[in-house]
Design a binder for this molecule. Structure first.
Ligand SMILES: Nc1ncnc2c1ncn2[C@@H]1O[C@H](COP(=O)(O)OP(=O)(O)OP(=O)(O)O)[C@@H](O)[C@H]1O
Ligand SMILES: [Mg+2]
Length: 420
């Protein structure tokens, strides 16, 4: 009897479909069926994140809280997640810096600024538009009020001493005060954009790098197969592809921190590469404060002022610069790495997922800096807006090889018939 009751409860809660649903979710997240019974310990860190995501989605909760769910996920998985979330009726609160994701998933934006949370209907683009329009309206209203105040003040000045007009003058004075108190405060946002600019000491001409029949294997795993390419100075290459396909491996060989198993990577004689790894934390396992950390990358002619200026542009104030680097947040560490790269004045930048951990303002600044940069760029990213803005050429890494497309990301998607 008891067992029968329990069985009914079990069925009611979807116990019989549980395994199938878990399997479906795992498949959607890219786990092949053979891996579904694998112990968690054997899964690489990027993929553990996906299991956690599946866990959160599995119970079909009434409220779903997601903190930066798209970090480290590749574009196809982000697209899958967007679709899944759009099918859920749950209330969701999502923290994200992925503009494309916010636009496709969210119905409301909550903007936290000056400690006040403001919730407005619409997706991210709607929100940006509405915020800009609200500022314009407020500025116009303030301008009208200012003009009116000027006219009233004129009147008061002329007639204040005139007894017969004294009452009118007093009433106008009151109007002035009312207008002044009604002025809409136009505080600039507390969020700030760091100022990032990459200059180059020496300009490269023509060919920047040539890869000849490059192959890379780890033990039995062949990651890059016989890849040959020529890259001109000034090319900005967006490297895209699924998790674990070999993007970091390719970039490490370009940065010469990893040797190809076969083949050659030949840089131009004057090439000077600045490299940012996917995980920057090993650079910060040091007993140093921010100033000491950055100082080491100063070039001839960079005095203390230049160092402080660099830190200031990256939004580190006088309170921060004596802080130990080991306690910095993910975003702060990334900003320090941009400081290193700015001071280095390299003519080639090799960046592995540089927008992970960054807030929207920093992503915008970095995107702008890379658009303006006159040198050569190789950047790995899963951020569609970012890649669209920066890249002039795309390498798509896949299990079958590397596709080299000369054009922007949007043109690449068009060429595949994928651009909606
Ligand atoms: N040192 C290593 N020893 C053995 N295998 C490795 C090593 N480094 C990477 N791999 C494997 O090589 C493959 C490619 O890894 P890589 O880090 O280049 O991928 P990725 O495209 O950068 O992935 P992600 O998008 O997750 O950053 C993966 O299967 C990875 O597990
Ligand atoms: Mg990688």
């Amino acid at each position: 009897m008891r067992a029968a009751e329990l069985e009914a409860v079990f069925a009611e809660f979807g116990g019989y479909e549980a395994q199938a649903r878990a399997g479906e979710l795992l498949l959607g997240l890219g786990f092949p069926v053979e891996q579904h019974q694998q112990p968690m310990q054997e899964i690489s860190p990027g993929w553990k994140l996906r299991v956690l995501l599946a866990q959160a989605l599995f119970s079909r909760p009434d409220v779903l809280l997601l903190d930066e769910p798209t970090n480290n996920l590749d574009i196809n998985t982000i697209r899958w997640l967007e679709n899944i979330l759009n099918q859920y009726d749950s209330t969701m609160i999502v923290i994200s810096h992925d503009r494309h994701f916010l636009n496709s998933v969210c119905t409301h934006m909550a903007d936290l600024d000056y400690g006040t949370l403001q919730v407005v209907p619409g997706n991210y683009d709607d929100y940006m538009l509405a915020a800009a329009q609200a500022r314009e309206r407020a500025a116009a209203a303030n301008a009208r009020a200012k003009e009116k105040i000027g006219e009233l003040q004129d009147f008061v000045r002329r007639f204040a001493a005139n007894k017969s007009k004294a009452r009118q003058a007093t009433s106008r004075q009151k109007q002035i005060e009312k207008l002044k108190s009604g002025a809409i405060a136009l505080k600039p946002s507390s969020r700030q954009n760091p100022f990032i600019r990459f200059e180059q000491k020496k300009k490269l001409h023509r060919l920047a790098v040539e890869m000849e029949h490059v192959t890379k294997s780890y033990d039995n795993l062949k990651v890059i197969r016989d890849f040959s390419v020529m890259v001109e100075a000034g090319d900005k290459i967006g490297i895209i592809g699924a998790n674990g396909v070999g993007k970091t491996t390719l970039l490490k060989m370009l940065a010469q921190v990893l040797e190809p198993s076969h083949g050659l990577v030949k840089w131009a004689e004057n090439a000077d590469c600045g490299y940012m790894a996917q995980d920057v934390s090993p650079e910060f396992e040091k007993n140093m404060n921010l100033t000491e950390w950055v100082e080491r990358f100063a070039q001839e002619g960079d005095d203390d002022q230049a160092i402080r200026g660099t830190l200031g542009r990256l939004l580190f104030g006088s309170d921060d610069i004596t802080k130990q680097v080991s306690v910095c947040s993910g975003g702060e560490k990334n900003r320090l790495v941009y400081g290193r790269l700015m001071l280095g004045r390299h003519n080639v930048l090799l960046l592995d997922e540089p927008t992970n951990h960054l807030d929207m303002e920093s992503i915008e600044s970095l995107q702008y800096a890379l658009e303006k940069f006159e040198g050569t760029v190789f950047v790995v990213s899963h951020d569609r807006e970012f890649i669209s803005g920066v890249a002039t050429r795309i390498f798509e890494v896949s299990e079958t090889g590397i596709t080299d497309y000369r054009g922007t990301y949007d043109e690449y998607l068009d060429s595949l018939g994928l651009n909606a």
